[in-house]
Design a protein around this ligand. Structure first.
Ligand code: HEM
Length: 456
């Protein structure tokens, strides 16, 4: 099915149906209790009820889109904007003027400012930093010691984003602070999103105080990074310079708040998503030693034993497939929301103006209707002769359309390089106390992954 075939010219052009109500709702709370209790299974089962279904979250009706074709159609349609509870909770805390939450002309202008830093031909310039950071990560570890994968993954993700895009120095201490701040902020934001109990979060409780401190530190860090660049008088060719020099639609410099929110909007998704994915890649290397060995063998065959380099990435096809398969089964971004800006339709279902819509890349990417042996970790399903069996939009971890992640090439390059560097040097084993169960928050990551690296 193509996008065109699921989207007619106007909603009036044919008889539209009301989406069915998903089963399992209870009085008052509707489906909210299921979403709060076991969101992954809940989202994964919704397609059994239809390709578009209605959910009741307390007094509110929310629409869930469950098929690859319709999520693709929605992401590519101008009838929907970024909005909804997820974005509102993000906006309130991270700022309203950054690219991740803006809409319309402001969003288009902001994308034009940041896009050059992420273009495919811009990525090789980041190669030396990615290489340095990937090897520094493995060299920090002593054989036999226990590594805390959460802080190690955050550290490398923040350092790569900050050093490549903001040319930031002294990033060790900042990465540590950012890691602590983001972990607390994201945990608190998720809670505020699923349990919207406004006044409760203003009470002087320890959890609220911790959350407010972390949020303040996140904003302080960004102010420090911007102030430091300004004080240096330097204008290197990087994303921060592009943001500081950006002009609005009248040709005037953009305001301080927008600069601040833009840095937050890039650093925040840039570290949380990559860090969560690196945690899952470490988990995969420990859980599937046969694939770790294949990655190691591939790296050796390409490098002949020298340290893996950025330029090797495009030849490391199995390593790349391991990364893609890990992202399929454990997508960092597992839930997304949109809002209909006009009366419209999806797949013949009526969607009223103002409707909030959710969809889950996690559910889409694990669906047995799209993937044979859907829950098996099988990187070879991405080999050229098998990848054609994957339905369109059934694997879009970076999304599609005008809100597509600008960082897909940047992220894939660093994830493949880091995976290659890790598997070439170590085998990994989980140690007692490690818990690799999925922790659901704004992103998905292991609860507390603790590994012992064993040198090869
Ligand atoms: C947007 C995923 C890494 C910056 C998005 C979206 C997804 C996504 C799915 C679209 C959200 C939507 O449709 O509502 C990922 C994944 C990553 C990753 C899976 C890594 C594994 C990064 C990195 C950066 C970044 C490294 C920056 C350094 C952004 C920004 C947006 C975005 C700025 C907002 C784009 C817009 O609204 O125009 N990301 N991302 N992401 N991502 Fe990423």
């Amino acid at each position: 099915m193509t996008v065109e075939s699921v989207k007619p010219a106007t909603p009036e052009a044919r008889e539209l149906r009301e989406p069915p109500l998903a089963g399992g709702g209870v009085p008052v709370l509707g489906h909210g209790w299921r979403l709060a209790r076991d969101p992954l299974s809940f989202m994964a089962r919704l397609r059994d009820h239809g390709e578009v279904v209605r959910l009741r979250l307390g007094p509110k009706t929310v629409y869930a889109v469950t098929s690859p074709a319709l999520t693709g159609a929605m992401a590519l349609s101008t009838d929907f904007i970024i909005a909804g509870p997820l974005w509102e909770s993000l906006e309130g805390l991270l700022g309203k003027e950054g690219v991740a939450t803006a809409n319309g002309p402001q969003h288009r202008r902001q994308r034009r400012t940041i896009q050059p830093a992420f273009r495919l031909d811009a990525i090789p310039a980041y190669g030396p930093i990615m290489e340095e950071e990937a090897h520094a990560l493995t060299e920090r570890w002593k054989p036999g010691e226990t590594i805390d994968c959460t802080s190690e993954s955050f550290r490398v993700a923040v350092r790569i984003a900050a050093r490549c895009l903001l040319r930031g120095d002294f990033m060790d201490e900042r990465a540590e602070r950012l890691c602590i701040a983001l972990a607390t902020v994201f945990r608190g934001m998720y809670r505020r999103m699923v349990i919207p109990a406004g006044p409760l979060y203003r009470l002087p409780l320890p959890a609220n105080r911790q959350f407010n401190r972390a949020l303040a530190d996140l904003h302080l860090l960004v102010d420090e990074i911007v102030a430091e660049r300004r004080a240096s008088g330097q204008k290197p060719d990087d994303l921060l310079t592009a943001l500081l020099e950006a002009k609005d639609d009248n040709g005037d410099p953009i305001g301080e708040q927008e600069i601040h929110d833009q840095v937050v909007a890039i650093l925040t998704p840039g570290s949380e998503t990559v860090a969560s994915t690196i945690m899952w890649l470490l988990q995969v290397l420990a859980e599937h030693p046969e694939h770790a060995d294949r990655v190691c063998a591939e790296v050796e065959s390409v490098t002949g034993g020298r340290p893996v380099a950025f330029d090797d990435v495009r030849t490391l096809s199995h390593t790349n497939n391991v990364v893609v398969e890990a992202m399929r089964l454990r997508p960092a971004v597992w839930i997304l929301t949109r809002r209909a800006v006009r009366d419209t339709e999806l797949g013949g279902y009526r969607i009223p103006a103002g409707a909030d819509i959710v969809y889950s890349p996690y559910a889409i990417q694990r669906d047995g209707r799209s993937y044979a042996d859907n829950l098996a970790f099988d990187p070879d399903r991405w080999l050229p002769d098998r990848v054609k069996d994957v339905p369109k939009f059934a694997m879009s971890p970076f999304s599609v359309g005008n809100r597509k992640c600008p960082s897909d090439h940047f992220s894939m390059a660093q994830l493949t390089l880091v995976t290659a560097a890790l598997a070439a040097k170590y085998r990994f084993e989980q140690v007692p106390g490690s818990d690799d169960a999925t922790r659901v928050g704004i992103t998905l990551r292991p609860q507390r992954l603790l590994l012992k690296p064993v040198p090869r």
